[in-house]
Design a protein. Structure first.
Length: 284
């Protein structure tokens, strides 16, 4: 019976010989459903068990929207400065350096220009991984430059929001971006170029108070948190219990703040459908 008895105490397997399960192999959704990471990626990062839309970034959205994932990135090297010499638990300049190294991103938004269903499209997409997708001077400037490109080349514009709001480390510089981006979107409207806004989880704060709600068509992803202040802050301020599902895409659609909810699998088709309808062109 020696097979069933340990002759030596302790673990003797060398570290390099251990068969550990690689990190990131499985994903557990908030409802407790577990899915293989590779299967999740094939399903556009949507859990097939409960339709939960996992947070993704600009890399994944560009893969979804651009034909063959072919696009040109605009203003790729634009980075934030630290004009206020801000410091909380660490210096803002150090925080920027750390998050750039960690995420391999230059700031909380990227802009790509490429073909979507055969026609040119400008897409600006926020990245929550970069300081919570916070909106600083670079985010505002890149949105403005993206819109300028759309106007100059007569190309429809899509903006994908995923943000905790204004970046506190840039204070008034951050708040200025609300007016700056809104004014530029007014110019886009005057040029009669379509603007599609996609609100993903989460879209909050100054982002919601400006460009996220100014689309010709405002779309939400299923189950996304969309609002100005978070539910806890609203409840504490009003002193009242909030309706079930408050500030979800579904709640906002029902109350007229969104035009449509588009599951990720339908996103490319839906966005291009709305653009064709706005421009009175044949449906692709």
């Amino acid at each position: 019976m020696a097979w069933f008895k340990r002759k030596e105490k302790g673990i003797t397997t060398a570290t390099e010989d251990k068969k550990d399960v690689p990190k990131g192999l499985w994903y557990k959704s908030p409802t407790g459903k577990i899915i293989d990471q590779d299967e999740l990626a094939r399903n556009l990062w949507v859990s097939p068990e409960d339709d939960y839309h996992v947070r993704i970034g600009s890399k994944e959205y560009f893969e979804i929207l651009f034909d063959n994932n072919e696009f040109k990135e605009l203003d790729a090297k634009l980075t934030s400065k630290d004009p206020l010499k801000f410091e909380d638990t660490k210096k803002y300049s150090d925080r920027l350096k750390d998050v750039m190294d960690k995420t391999k991103l230059k700031d909380a938004i990227r802009t790509g220009v490429g073909k979507s269903k055969g026609k040119d499209l400008v897409v600006s997409c926020m990245d929550f991984a970069f300081i919570g997708g916070s909106m600083g001077a670079v985010v505002g400037e890149k949105i403005v430059r993206a819109i300028d490109y759309s106007i100059k080349n007569n190309v429809p514009f899509v903006l994908i929001s995923k943000s905790g709001g204004a970046r506190m480390m840039e204070a008034a510089y951050s708040l200025m971006q609300l007016a700056k981006t809104s004014a530029k979107l007014a110019q886009l409207a005057e040029a009669k170029i379509p603007y599609i806004s996609l609100c993903t989880d989460p879209t909050t704060g100054g982002t919601t108070a400006s460009y996220a709600m100014l689309g010709d068509i405002n779309i939400g992803e299923p189950g996304a948190l969309i609002g100005f202040a978070g539910p806890r802050v609203v409840k504490d301020t009003t002193g009242k219990d909030l309706p079930e599902g408050f500030q979800t895409s579904e709640f906002l659609l029902e109350h007229g703040f969104l035009d449509f909810i588009a599951p990720r699998k339908e996103l490319k088709d839906k966005i291009n459908l709305y653009i064709d309808l706005i421009q009175n062109q044949p449906i692709r």
